[in-house]
Design a protein around this ligand. Structure first.
Ligand SMILES: Nc1ncnc2c1ncn2[C@@H]1O[C@H](COP(=O)(O)OP(=O)(O)OP(=O)(O)O)[C@@H](O)[C@H]1O
Ligand SMILES: [Mg+2]
Length: 271
C-alpha cells in the first residue's frame, strides 16, 4: 500500500521542491463513518493553506492526523519528505516541538495563569525556567498586542478576542516552523476577526512558518490563505488560490464560499 502511495503523482506546482507537508491517500473511519476517504494535499514550505469544508467534514481530523493525535487507517503523511507515520516516538516528539497549534475553541488551561499557558510547551519540556518563562510570555504577548500584565490573569478573566490572542501566543511561543490554526476567528466580531487574521499573517511571516488553517469565514480565508482546499465527502475536491474564493468556477466551492442554499451540496443532501 505505501509503495503505491509513494508513487502517487505530485500535485501541480510542486514538481521541483519537496513540500513541507504532503498527504497522500489519508483515510480514517470512526465506526461505520468514513470521515477521510483518500485525502491528498501538498503544502509548500512557507505557504499558507486554508482548508474549507462543511461541519463534520473532517477538517479537524485531518490536522489531528498530522499532529499525531489521531492515527489514520491508511495513507501517508510526510513532513520535509520524511514519513511521519514510520517515525520512532522520539522522532515524532521532536517533530511535535516544531509544530504550533491553535486549537478550535482556544483550549486554554483554565487552572493556569496566562503566562504559563503561553509557555506551556517550553515549561513542560524544561526548555526554560519559570522565571524566564514569565519574561518570554510577556514578549510573546506583546507580539499579539497584549500587555505583559495579561500574563497574570486566568483565561476565565479574558474576553473571547483576548483568549484567541493568548491561544495564538501559545501557538507561536516555541517558534514553530509549522503552525495549525483551527477556526481562529470563530465567535469573534468581524473587526476582532480581522485583527486576529492580521496577527496570524504577521506571526507566520515573522517565523517564516508553513501554515494550515481551518475556517468557515471566507473573508478570513482570503486574508490568511495563499491557497485554499475544499474537503468534501472525505476528499480534497478543489485546490486553488484563496483570493478566488466565491468566484472559482467550481459550483461546489462557490456555493460553499457564498453560503448559497441552492447548489450541488444541497442536491446531495436531498438525495
Ligand atoms: N475521536 C473521535 N471519535 C469518534 N468520532 C470522531 C472523533 N473525532 C472526530 N470524529 C467524527 O469525525 C467527523 C469529522 O470531525 P471533525 O472534527 O474533523 O469535523 P470538522 O470538519 O472539523 O467540523 P467543524 O467545522 O464542525 O469543526 C465528525 O463526524 C466527528 O463526529
Ligand atoms: Mg473542526
Amino acid at each position: 500500500m505505501s509503495d503505491m502511495l509513494q508513487q502517487a503523482p505530485r500535485a501541480a506546482g510542486t514538481a521541483s521542491a519537496v513540500p513541507k507537508i504532503r498527504l497522500r491517500g489519508l483515510r480514517k473511519a470512526f465506526g461505520a463513518k468514513q470521515v477521510l476517504d483518500g485525502v491528498d494535499a501538498d503544502v509548500a514550505a512557507g505557504h499558507s493553506l486554508v482548508i474549507l469544508g462543511g461541519s463534520g467534514s473532517g477538517k479537524s481530523v485531518t490536522i489531528k492526523c498530522i499532529l499525531g493525535l489521531v492515527q489514520p487507517d491508511e495513507g501517508s503523511i510526510e513532513v520535509d519528505g520524511r514519513d511521519v507515520l514510520a517515525m520512532s516516538r522520539r522522532e515524532r516528539e521532536a517533530l511535535g516541538d516544531r509544530i504550533g497549534m491553535l486549537f478550535q475553541n482556544g483550549a486554554l488551561f483554565d487552572s493556569l495563569p496566562v503566562w504559563e499557558n503561553v509557555c506551556f510547551k517550553l515549561l513542560a519540556q524544561k526548555r526554560i525556567t519559570r522565571a524566564k518563562a514569565r519574561d518570554k510570555a510577556a514578549e510573546v504577548l506583546a507580539q499579539v498586542g497584549l500587555a505583559g500584565s495579561v500574563g497574570d490573569l486566568s483565561p476565565a478573566e479574558l474576553s473571547g478576542g483576548m483568549q484567541k490572542r493568548v491561544a495564538l501566543a501559545r501557538a507561536i511561543a516555541a517558534q514553530p516552523d509549522i503552525i495549525f490554526f483551527d477556526e481562529p476567528t470563530t465567535g469573534l466580531d468581524p473587526i476582532m476577526g480581522a485583527v486576529i487574521d492580521g496577527l496570524i499573517v504577521d506571526c507566520v511571516k515573522r517565523l517564516g512558518a508553513t501554515a494550515v488553517s481551518i475556517t468557515h469565514d471566507m473573508a478570513s480565508a482570503r486574508r490568511i490563505g495563499d491557497t485554499a482546499a475544499m474537503l468534501h465527502k472525505g476528499r480534497i475536491v478543489w485546490t486553488g488560490p484563496a483570493g478566488a474564493l466565491g468566484h472559482t468556477g467550481n459550483a461546489l466551492v462557490d456555493q460553499f464560499a457564498n453560503g448559497e442554499r441552492e447548489g450541488p451540496i444541497q442536491m446531495e443532501l436531498r438525495r
